[in-house]
Design a binder for this molecule. Structure first.
Ligand code: ZN
Length: 138
């Protein structure tokens, strides 16, 4: 039996199975993110264990809300600009981020932050337009 007839016979069901698997993975990623968010918002942690960077993005949560413990500002960091492997757990990002304003004031990288939750969209901060931004340390 040639490749062509195999494609005729199995093609559709192979593709359908792959689609179901992808959908199930996305659903699992979504549930894992929601569970993590509930723990973070309800109990303020622990942040560990946490979903992987790639899983959060796959689940449609492209932003991480972070609170700076220096100036109490909340901001969202787009996960797609974070230069870490997709397998990096979200909680590990905490130590790669610093607050720009607090760093300027203190004259050294200010890294004390609290992870708040994963967000599907960018939140806007209340208060004055923030120059604050936790940037990934290169
Ligand atoms: Zn700060």
């Amino acid at each position: 039996m040639g490749t062509k007839s195999r494609e005729m016979i199995y093609g559709a069901s192979v593709r359908a199975a792959a689609e179901r698997a992808a959908e199930a993975r996305k659903q699992a990623d979504r549930l894992a993110v929601e569970a993590w968010n509930k723990r973070m918002l309800g109990f303020q942690g622990p942040a560990q264990p946490s979903p992987a960077l790639g899983d959060a993005i796959n689940a449609g949560f492209g932003y991480l809300e972070v609170k700076c413990l220096g100036c109490n500002t909340h901001q969202t960091v787009p996960l797609n600009i974070v230069r870490r492997p997709k397998s990096t757990p979200i909680h590990e990002l905490e130590r790669y981020m610093r607050c720009r304003d607090c760093s300027r004031v203190q004259g050294r990288p200010f890294k004390r932050s609290h992870l708040v939750a994963l967000r599907p969209t960018k939140i806007s901060t209340d208060g004055p337009a923030s120059t604050w931004w936790p940037v990934p340390v290169r």
